[in-house]
Design a protein around this ligand. Structure first.
Ligand code: ARG
Length: 457
């Protein structure tokens, strides 16, 4: 059954059919497609286009088709070119002539736009829930190891001491922005295009606002030509997904580095590592390397869609059928990656001694300058003097605290004997008690704020 067969006398070429058919991947939209049709049947009834009995027959038949898809017993036929054709063909077999009224005033153009939106709303909720899972694992871990100090890096160079919990919580907030971005994308996705027809609008008295409300959507799209053309919501989701990929890749990279022999700050559970077929000693953080690598395909999915959309003429064009595979791929990738990430975070064991051993007093050079600033010296000058003292210590190959008071006073007579209190990593961390700083009480406040976010959404 070709939905469009009337105008054609010949058969479709087999190669063309394979090229063109989308049922192989758009069958995933069956629940959304059927939900849209159930709502549309109600709209047809309200418009007086079908009877109550016809609506009842259609809805019951659609229920049976859905059941077949749910159970995996749906039997596709070669003519089922896409999910819309497959559902309508099967519905016709089950209920007969009322099925032929369901598509009144509707086009596959407004139908597919609706289906993808409905599917995406559910999918965004699933991805959000998984992000929440990763975030909860992060907060739990940060809370357990709240006092642990480690080196913080910029340019991968040892910079200043920070709390391990502060480092870990830094990844919470990027994921929080991702969740926010998804919520925002969800809002623009939940607009109902059904009733736009092929491009010009529905010619019957369809109540589009009621239709939108039935589908749990806030409003109906305001322009039928835009409604069948618009795939912004997919692009937005794919951008959000790509950015999640970039964020998880950065967290993953830190874990790869910190578990490596050069650092040994952390280990992760064996369940998330693998060995080498050749080198018996190896324990590789494959989970995190793959999480890093998956970002590549997520970015690719976004670029694929943007490239398909660029320069298309207005309204629907068949190119747009190419929107679905990148969308499904990005969703599937996130559904695989995020639970692994949550699992890995849950098994992180920080190694306090290795972190301590990597703390170098040179990382307190800023604190040394701050000591002078607190005694009235302009920061620029203090920075210079602290730098000279770091150089003295380096030349003698000793830590800063091994210099004599005379060495300090040779550079500035502002230094007093209490300068040696500067060389304490815990105090350095504790001084950064501003909002967003690494002091234990600031990190505790951050964790409270994070928990509040998690329970508010
Ligand atoms: N399979 C199509 C897609 O995914 C559905 C819309 C088809 N519309 C049409 N006029 N052929 O985009």
């Amino acid at each position: 059954m070709r939905l469009w067969g009337g105008r054609f006398s010949g058969e479709t070429d087999d190669r063309m059919r394979r090229f063109h058919d989308s049922f192989g991947f758009d069958r995933r939209l069956y629940a959304a497609d059927i939900r849209g049709s159930v709502a549309y049947a109600a709209a047809l009834l309200r418009a007086g286009l079908i009877t109550d009995d016809e609506r009842a027959a259609i809805v019951e038949g659609l229920g049976q088709v859905k059941q077949e898809f749910d159970d995996g017993t749906f039997e596709p036929l070669p003519g089922d070119e896409d999910i819309h054709t497959a559902v309508e063909r099967r519905l016709t077999e089950i209920v007969g002539s009322p099925a032929g009224k369901l598509h009144t005033g509707r086009s596959r153009n407004d139908q597919i736009a609706l289906d993808v939106r409905l599917w995406l709303i559910m999918s965004i909720d699933q991805v959000s829930a998984l992000l929440t899972g990763v975030q909860s694992a992060i907060v739990d871990k940060a809370e357990v190891h709240s006092g642990l100090v480690m080196p913080g890096y910029t340019h991968l160079q040892a910079a200043q001491p920070v709390l391990f919990a502060h480092w870990l919580m830094s990844t919470f907030w990027m994921l929080e922005r991702d969740r926010d971005r998804l919520a925002d994308c969800r809002r623009r996705t939940a607009v109902c295009p059904l009733g736009s027809g092929a491009l010009a609008g529905n010619p019957f008295a369809i109540d589009r606002e009621a239709l939108a409300a039935d589908l749990g959507m806030e409003s109906a799209t305001p322009n039928s030509m835009d409604a069948v053309a618009d795939r912004d919501f997919i692009a937005e989701f794919l951008f959000a997904a790509a950015l999640i990929g970039i964020h998880t890749s950065r967290l993953a990279e830190d874990v790869v580095l910190y578990t490596s022999p050069g650092y040994r700050f952390l280990s992760i559970g064996e369940a998330y590592s693998t060995g080498s077929s050749l080198m018996p000693q190896k324990r590789n953080p494959d989970s995190m390397e793959l999480a890093r690598g998956k970002a590549g395909r997520l970015i690719g999915d976004l670029v694929s869609l943007l490239t398909v959309l660029k320069g298309l003429p207005s309204t629907y064009n068949k190119d747009m059928q190419e929107d679905k595979e990148p969308l499904f791929d990005a969703f599937d990738t996130l559904m695989l990656t995020l639970p692994v990430l949550a699992g890995v975070v849950g098994t992180i064991t920080p190694h306090a001694e290795a972190m301590r051993a990597a703390l170098d007093e040179a990382m307190l050079a800023t604190d040394l300058a701050d000591y002078l600033v607190r005694r009235g010296m302009p920061f620029r000058e203090a920075h210079h003097i602290s730098g000279r003292i770091v150089r003295r210590a380096e030349e003698r190959d000793v830590p800063l605290s091994a210099l004599a008071l005379d060495d300090f006073r040779a550079e500035s007579d502002v230094f007093e004997s209490d300068v040696f209190t500067v060389f304490d990593f815990d105090s350095s961390v504790a001084r950064r008690a501003v909002t967003g700083g690494t002091a234990p009480e600031a990190v505790a406040a951050q964790i409270d704020a994070a928990r509040a976010r998690l329970s508010s959404r």
